[in-house]
Design a protein around this ligand. Structure first.
Ligand code: FES
Length: 539
């Protein structure tokens, strides 16, 4: 066996090369991805359990049969210390097999939201406490909040990765998977229902209460996640004009959907705006009170798909941009999601490149905010030109395997002994992602007849947006060049909006009215989009 293969580790989003005959565990450890391995890799502790999603591995060993059982092996479970790739493989790492968990942004424990009961609370008082569950159902992450429906207080909050990620990192690949037939759709639905039940249980354990006290749930997701959750057809979301199966707010039985909550509990899903702007965006607009802002305000949630809404003169314009997964570290040679060891900040200090990693761990890769910082720093130091090419005299530059590479961390600084570099190809990936978003912004500004400088506020929601350095974002041209104090990073506003909608029938009506007011723009058809996109590719 002398071939090297690629191992894709999900949900971390890391792609690593396995040396000939090297186990999944050894390969993961060589790049600093720490799996539990109490027995040191001899196959007796069972802690390095992973699941093979696609590709071929060596036959299961006796140790694997012993630790995982035939049933486990049948569903793809393997021990990372025993399994050796025989082809490119995709592996799923359950959270319990990782020694450190990926950063999943959750905030809002203890926070209160206004109460205007949706449920007839007086009929339920003998079952106090009366709780509700609000979920922000993201493509990558799920955030869950347990809310006391009498006081509006959030009594527990938690997050986890969306387990559908093993069927595709972005919405488009999951839609393609679902379209393989009934089975694809069923698997996607089952995965998310299982995760939501586990999240509800985890929140109730944290609050020392039974799930039987959850009488109402609000699930706010983008349109595709909403459709996967409800088992609606998604084929039409994959082709123009990208029509949702429904945009209506829906109210359904939790039990009928497979959620284990109180008997007769109901689930509300806020209305969608369009095929790529869903109820989570509506929740976010509520969360930041966008429609009551008198000054021109732009609201952005950056992700693999980026949703934008511009509020100007009482009008609301929305669009969505296919920004791709580069900001989450995918398609970047040494990219990774925001997890311990990811380079998240890069600066030039006294002519030397300086970086900072999450949790100050030795560097194992670079995440989205680090990549934008690195590009901004290289531009400031005049080591990159406006088209994204390295200038020949750039110090720190060396000829890599395929292209020029800029060394961010030398081999002596990493545990794997390999440098962490930024390649010309990485820069191109970021150029495409930021150009898609910037072009979307410019099209909305044109519709509202506004110049970028007139924006009084740019509100950035979502996990990636929270860790972004605004100076770098403006420097690379992701956003219009307005004073930095006009930017606001608000974290998970969709999670807050979902809680508003959960606890208040007024907020629920408001959500429905927002959708009626919004003018949605399909960017792919818009005559100005292409020109703006090409313009925005430059730095
Ligand atoms: S490391 Fe103990 S079983 Fe794999």
């Amino acid at each position: 066996m002398d071939r090297e293969f690629t191992i894709e580790l999900q949900p971390l989003g890391r792609r690593i090369r396995a040396g000939a005959g090297q186990s999944v565990l050894a390969t993961a450890q060589s790049v600093g991805v720490e799996l539990q391995a109490v027995c040191g890799g001899v196959g007796t502790c069972g802690q390095c359990k992973v699941r093979c999603v696609s590709g071929n591995l060596t036959e299961p060993t006796l140790e694997e049969f012993e630790q995982l059982g035939e049933a486990g092996i049948r569903v793809g479970s393997r021990l990372a210390c025993q399994a050796v790739p025989l082809s490119d493989v995709q592996m799923e790492i359950p959270a319990e097999s990782l020694t450190s968990l990926q950063r999943v942004q959750i905030e809002g424990g203890g926070q209160c939201v206004p109460v205007d009961p949706v449920l007839p609370l007086q009929e339920l008082v003998s079952r106090r406490p009366i709780l509700g569950l609000a979920i922000d159902l993201g493509t990558t992450k799920l955030a869950g909040y347990l809310v006391d429906l009498e006081s509006g207080r959030t009594i527990a909050a938690s997050g986890r990765m969306n387990p559908q990620i093993v069927y595709g990192e972005d919405v488009i690949s999951r839609i393609a998977f679902a379209n393989k037939g009934e089975d694809g759709r069923r698997q996607l639905r089952e995965k998310v229902i299982e995760a939501l039940n586990a999240l509800a249980t985890e929140l109730c354990i944290e609050a020392h209460i039974s799930v039987d006290h959850i009488f109402e749930a609000v699930i706010a997701g983008n349109t595709a996640m909403h459709h996967f959750f409800l088992g609606l057809p998604v084929g039409q979301l994959g082709t123009a004009p990208y029509l949702p199966a429904t945009v209506e707010p829906l109210y359904q039985s939790a039990e009928g959907l497979g959620l284990r909550l109180a008997p007769n509990a109901k689930v509300y899903t806020p209305p969608n705006i369009a095929g790529y702007v869903g109820g989570d965006h509506v929740a976010m607009l509520l969360g930041i009170d966008l429609n009551r802002r008198p000054q021109p305000t732009l609201m952005i949630d950056i992700g693999t798909n980026t949703e934008l809404t511009l509020c100007a003169d009482g009008r609301l314009f929305s669009c969505s941009c296919a920004s791709g997964p580069a900001f989450e570290g995918a398609h970047i040679q040494q990219g990774m999601r925001a997890a311990p060891g990811a380079i998240e900040r890069v600066r030039f200090e006294a002519g030397e490149i300086q970086y900072y990693t999450i949790d100050r761990q030795p560097p194992t890769g670079i995440c989205g905010s680090g990549i934008l910082d690195a590009i901004a720093a290289l531009l400031d130091a005049n080591l990159l030109d406006e088209r994204g090419n390295f200038r020949k005299q750039a110090s720190g530059l060396h000829a890599g395997k395929h292209d020029n590479e800029f060394v961010l961390a030398g081999p002596e600084q990493t545990e794997s002994g390999s440098s962490i570099v930024l390649t010309r190809q990485d820069i191109s990936e970021i150029q495409f992602a930021k150009a898609a978003i910037r072009a979307g912004i410019e099209v909305l500004l044109k519709l509202a007849n506004l110049a970028g400088e007139s924006l009084q506020s740019i509100v950035i929601a979502g996990a990636f947006g929270s860790y972004l350095d605004m100076r770098s974002a403006v420097r690379v041209g992701l956003f219009p060049d307005i004073p930095l104090e006009r930017f606001r990073q608000v974290g998970n506003a969709a999670g807050l909006g979902a809680r508003f909608v959960l606890a208040s029938s007024t907020a629920r009506r408001e959500a429905e009215q927002i959708v009626e007011r919004i003018q949605y723009v399909e960017l792919t058809n818009h005559p100005a989009f292409h020109e703006q996109f090409v313009k925005a590719l430059s730095f």
